[in-house]
Ligand binder design. Structure first.
Ligand code: DC
Length: 218
């Protein structure tokens, strides 16, 4: 039996994580935060003081990465048995993740790890290429976006809540740069799947977005 998948792709700070988690909970489906896989690899590579410009070295490291996800209440991620959850959200991690995510060799190694999340009764997968590459055959696809200003503001608040020091202008600029890199890369760029439902959340509340996505899944 084919396992249904709802893909939610979009730029950073569009609210994909919040919406995906809420919808997964409502549907009783599993949840894949694919960005955290790239972020985990970035942490692994930074800790090993690897040259992030070496696609081959980062891809090799990806082979040695064993991740355990626990999504009971809050997401807990263990990298080779060490809890790295607290380090995932930082902007340095996000920027490094975006850099290594541009390498086709790295994406190839991480592809199967993401596909393995597809289990009954269903999966909500959030990322950049969930609907275009990893779960191309998904029956439900959303492209969730918002203006860069709004996304900068949301990320700023999120980091503040986590007690991480942040500067709004810098966050917004970092977001614009990261989006550009994610959108302009050759391999699996951030673009809406042809069959995706395009949703701009700039002027919508979280609940309104969740409702719209729930309607889509029927
Ligand atoms: O969603 P996020 O901010 O946690 O993702 C961090 C980076 O990882 C993002 O800038 C690009 C990369 N990424 C990707 O290339 N493909 C995905 N499916 C998810 C994330």
């Amino acid at each position: 039996m084919s396992v249904p998948v709802l893909t939610i792709d979009g730029p950073s700070g569009a609210g994909k994580g919040t919406v995906s988690r809420a919808v997964a909970k409502k549907l009783g489906w599993h949840y894949l935060d694919s960005g955290s896989i790239y972020r985990s690899l970035a942490i692994f590579a930074l800790d090993r003081q690897l040259d992030l410009q070496s696609a081959a070295a980062v891809a090799e490291l990806a082979q040695q990465m064993h991740l355990a996800f626990d999504c009971e209440d809050e997401l807990v991620v263990k990298l080779n048995d060490t809890d790295i959850t607290a380090r995932l959200a930082g902007e340095t991690t996000g920027a490094a993740a975006s850099q290594i995510a541009a390498y086709p060799e790295v994406r190839a190694v991480l592809l199967q790890k993401q596909k393995d999340f597809r289990r009954l009764p269903g999966l909500v997968a959030d990322g950049r290429d969930m609907g275009t590459v990893v779960f191309k055959d998904a029956p439900f696809k959303v492209f969730l976006t918002a203006s860069a200003k709004e996304r900068g503001m949301r990320r700023f608040k999120q980091l503040k809540e986590k007690g991480i020091d942040a500067n709004l202008d810098q966050i917004t600029n970092d977001i614009i740069l990261r989006d550009r890199r994610d959108s302009e890369r050759k391999n699996a760029p951030l673009i809406p799947a042809e069959d995706a439902f395009y949703l701009d959340s700039s002027d919508l509340s979280v609940d309104e977005v969740i409702n719209q996505v729930m309607i889509l899944t029927g």
